[in-house]
Design a protein around this ligand. Structure first.
Ligand SMILES: NC(=O)C1=CN([C@@H]2O[C@H](COP(=O)(O)OP(=O)(O)OC[C@H]3O[C@@H](n4cnc5c(N)ncnc54)[C@H](O)[C@@H]3O)[C@@H](O)[C@H]2O)C=CC1
Ligand code: BAL
Length: 505
């Protein structure tokens, strides 16, 4: 279904793209109230890709009023779940039909390799929308065990108007992780894409409208964090914010909620994810392949990227040799060429941040085992740095780029201590031939996702989110995500013959 095209075919699609550039509010594209735009850059070429509406608080106010209107009059929330499902499945179909265009737009806007856009970002986006659509007419409400004198119904209701604040590393997929359950549940959404990557969200909103999502239910307001994100965060009429991005920005949203209407906040933030390799790991080739994929997939611009290799001292040299071999398959270059697995960093600002960690490695006299170079433009080669200790910035800080640090240990207790020795707790991988060690480590590592003898993020049916400073308030994906977008209401119906005095007792 998601058959790859050739580089020439992708370039032909790129040349013909109709790029959406205005905000999408109340079922129509609109420029910013101020008429201002910002330039979206193609990170691979450094050239302008589009002039996008640079919205502000007045655009947010308008979008929220339309989203509220749509929520209150019930044009979406009051449909039977099965009716919302039909519309969302139609959206999935339209996404499928436009899959090549969406993949190319995503790649041009973010610098991601097209092979990943085509094989992961777009199909997983479609699958996520389908999964939540298919779930929604199979969820039952409950009755509480209160006895026969009353019927106590416990019902879920859509929470209302939801702000979805998106990052730039998976623009389509993070959109789907938020709007999938939010729209299926009956909420209205105001999506704020990252400024670096606004384009695919606009196209999806247009397709959702075509699929039959009513006007006002799915709005996209483009612009900066301070100009659009903050007004959503402090808005009195936004009931919830679902956020993916950095931990410092996540903290802002907790403050916005505290300073406004105590809106519900769900945060999916950064990670500093370990791959722990024990000396009983059975197949070091498999370990090397998985670690390389975990570290360098999406250029390491991934909150769940494997960024710390914590390896038993006995197997470190052998594993690094094999990692070096697998890294040869990870060519850096033009993201629209499906042979390349490493594209451009998302922006010059982010490139500078990631490069500063290469400089830091030099400053700390660490050994660069592989890579370590930048390439013309804002490309960074996959890099492995050895001898990193827990005090190093490379060990503690989220790099969000293709840099893997290597630290050795000698005992299991030391491995657990190192794995847990950061403020983050999103994901971890454990490589071992012992079932006992796999279970022990999976339990002792404080992270929301632990994979055994593989790297991965689960699938649509598994919750995604972190412990500690990696997350707050709920999980993305799976049936748990629906809880984020719902209030729980108790409806108590007394059917006893008792007097008021008796029922009060
Ligand atoms: N957990 C994750 O998936 C992500 C983590 N990051 C981390 O964050 C670092 C910085 O990247 P950024 O793009 O600056 O991420 P960010 O966390 O600042 O941006 C995420 C979203 O929040 C918005 N935003 C930014 N500042 C805001 C504010 N004060 N109020 C309201 N909304 C605001 C942005 O416009 C964007 O839509 C990266 O180097 C990486 O370490 C970045 C993107 C995704
Ligand atoms: N790995 C998918 C979620 C994220 O990076 O934000």
């Amino acid at each position: 279904m998601h058959e790859p095209l050739t580089a020439a075919e992708y370039k032909a699609i790129a040349a013909d793209l109709q790029i959406p550039t205005n905000a999408f509010v109340d079922g129509a594209f609109r420029p910013a109230n101020s008429g201002k735009t910002f330039t979206s850059i193609n990170p691979a070429s450094g050239k302008p890709l589009a002039e996008v509406a640079d919205c502000d608080a007045s655009d947010v106010d308008f979008a929220v009023s339309k989203a509220r209107e749509a929520f209150d009059d019930g044009r979406w929330r009051s449909l039977a779940p099965g009716e919302r499902k039909v519309v969302l499945l139609k959206l999935a179909k339209l996404l499928e039909r436009n899959r090549h265009e969406l993949a190319v737009l995503e790649s041009l806007d973010s610098g991601k390799p097209i092979r990943e856009c085509q094989t992961v970002d777009v199909p997983d986006t479609i699958h996520t929308i389908r999964w939540h659509a298919e779930l929604i007419d199979k969820l039952y409400d409950n009755t509480a065990p209160v006895g026969t004198h009353a019927l106590a119904m416990v019902v879920r209701e859509p929470i209302g108007v939801v702000g979805c604040i998106l990052p730039w590393n998976f623009p389509l997929l993070m959109l789907a992780w938020k709007i999938g359950p939010a729209l299926a549940s009956g909420c209205s959404v105001i999506v704020k894409p990252a400024q670096e990557t606004s384009l695919t969200a606009l196209r999806v909103a247009e397709l959702a409208h075509e699929a039959g999502v009513p006007a006002g239910v799915f709005n996209v307001v483009t612009g900066g964090g301070r100009e659009v994100g903050e007004p959503i965060g402090i808005h009195q009429d936004v009931d919830m914010v679902a956020f993916t991005g950095s931990t410092p920005t996540g903290r802002h949203f907790l403050r916005y909620a505290a300073d406004s209407n105590l809106k519900k906040i769900v945060l999916e933030c950064g990670g500093k994810n370990p791959a722990v390799v024990l000396d009983d790991a059975e197949d070091l080739d498999l370990v090397a392949e998985q670690v390389v994929n975990g570290a360098f997939w999406n250029m390491g611009e991934n909150c769940s990227a494997t960024s710390r290799l914590i390896v038993h001292a006995k197997v470190k040299d052998e594993l690094l040799k094999r990692i070096g071999q697998y890294m040869r398959e990870w060519k850096t270059g033009d993201p629209l060429d499906p042979d390349n697995r490493i594209g451009a960093m998302v922006s010059k600002t982010h490139f500078d941040k990631v490069k500063s960690f290469l400089d830091e490695a030099k400053k700390e006299n660490l050994t660069v085992a592989f890579g370590g170079q930048t390439q013309q433009g804002i490309f960074i080669e996959p890099t492995v740095v050895e001898g990193v200790t827990s005090g190093s910035r490379l060990f503690q800080e989220e790099i969000f780029g293709p840099i893997l640090s290597v630290t050795t240990f000698n005992t299991l207790a030391e491995a657990v201590m190192l794995a847990n020795d950061t403020n983050y707790g999103l994901a971890a991988s454990v490589y071992t031939g012992s079932l006992r060690n796999a279970i022990k480590l999976s339990r002792e590592i404080r992270a929301g996702i632990v994979t055994v003898n593989c790297f991965g993020e689960g699938d649509a049916s598994t919750p995604f989110g972190g412990y500690k400073e990696s997350g707050f308030g709920g999980r993305d994906k799976s049936i748990f995500a629906h809880d984020n977008y719902c209030e729980v209401k108790t409806i108590w119906i007394d059917i006893s013959d008792r007097s008021v005095d008796e029922t009060l007792r």
